[in-house]
Write a protein that binds this ligand. Sequence first.
Ligand SMILES: Cc1cc2nc3c(=O)[nH]c(=O)nc-3n(C[C@H](O)[C@H](O)[C@H](O)COP(=O)(O)OP(=O)(O)OC[C@H]3O[C@@H](n4cnc5c(N)ncnc54)[C@H](O)[C@@H]3O)c2cc1C
Length: 373
Amino acid sequence: MLNRRQLLQSMATLPLLASCNLAVQGGSRNYTPSGLPLRRVDVSDDRVIRTIAGLRPYRSKGFNVSAERMNDKVVIHNYGHGGGGITLSWGTSHLAMELATQTQHRRCAVLGAGAAGLSAARLMQNAGWDVTIYSKDLSPNTTSNVAGGQWSPTSVYSEDSVSPAFHDQFESAMRHAYRYYQNLVGPKYGVRWISNYMVLNQPEADDSLSATYQDMYPQRMRLSPSEHPFDAEHVLHIDTMLIEPAVYLPAMMNDFQIAGGDIVIKEFRDRGEVLQLDEPVIINCTGLGSRQLFNDNDLIPIKGQLTFLLPQEEVDYIIIGNGGLYMFPRSDGILLGGTYERNQWDPTPDPEATRRIIDGHRAFFNAMEDPWA
Ligand SMILES: Cc1cc2nc3c(=O)[nH]c(=O)nc-3n(C[C@H](O)[C@H](O)[C@H](O)COP(=O)(O)OP(=O)(O)OC[C@H]3O[C@@H](n4cnc5c(N)ncnc54)[C@H](O)[C@@H]3O)c2cc1C
């Protein structure tokens, strides 16, 4: 005979059975739309395993994907993705690849080995080009490794600074990226579909990303307080992909090398050094490095800080917008974010921000209903 606790535990591992609401107080509000149990994150100081910070490469005008002739080279820019560079990488790299393949060449240098550089390099290889990556750092020492990895291009531009042409580019990049990532779902690349709960102070704005591009945010539904276990008035559910950088980036680098690509560790100090490269086409994916290399003063850092707790396998949903905070459950830990500090160049984590992040999440999850806890 199972006691009540054992019965509930076994149900938590049998989501389809559990979604029939057998004996679980709270009913369907304790399950994601796919039937997975919504378990509370256990937030306490003694579960903290690391705190990190990184600098988002942000341009209020949005990312720069464009081609320029410099001396005898064609330089194709692909940088400035703000808080959405993991998401958009395949999309902007697709646009960069389209520019590169308009030239007569078949050989290129890719500068940078973050999400943008690796996707650009793979797409150029797929187009039949010889590709060499030049980068001062590789995974795990890139900003892309710091990213949370939710598929959603947030904090990428400021609405009042962008042109209609950029909007078209943005949507095109988003659509390509949405499609490319779906081919990578599975353990090899660390990509999976996951329920997101957006916890809002007021009903979602009509011009939010998920409202504007509803076809790229499946299972989008407004939940009433009786349909979710959180202590919140306005909750929106969507499905997105979660990309785990610690799995995804090494897998991409491996694919690049298996396909015959070379990687050269090199730091460029200025544009002149870049133009000494042998390759006729140069795809610039240096993220924030482009500010100095190509004198782009529109590019600024937005610092973001994350604290990780011990992994909890039973937690399989994302929380966004809990007073600016967010939680992503990853295999390398429960990620608690976050901060957005414009023009902050110092990537050292700030203990006060850590405290705010931990306390905010603890209050949120303590107030969450978890019938199995
Ligand atoms: C806290 C945080 C959370 C985030 N969460 C998300 C998220 O959930 N989803 C999402 O889509 N995005 C997220 N982002 C944003 C994302 O991390 C960035 O947009 C993305 O990493 C940018 O990728 P990149 O390849 O352009 O730049 P990087 O990853 O910075 O790569 C740049 C590369 O260029 C090289 N380089 C730079 N300068 C030089 C030089 N002078 N010479 C040679 N090499 C050089 C670097 O070594 C590196 O290899 C987050 C960012 C932060 C900080």
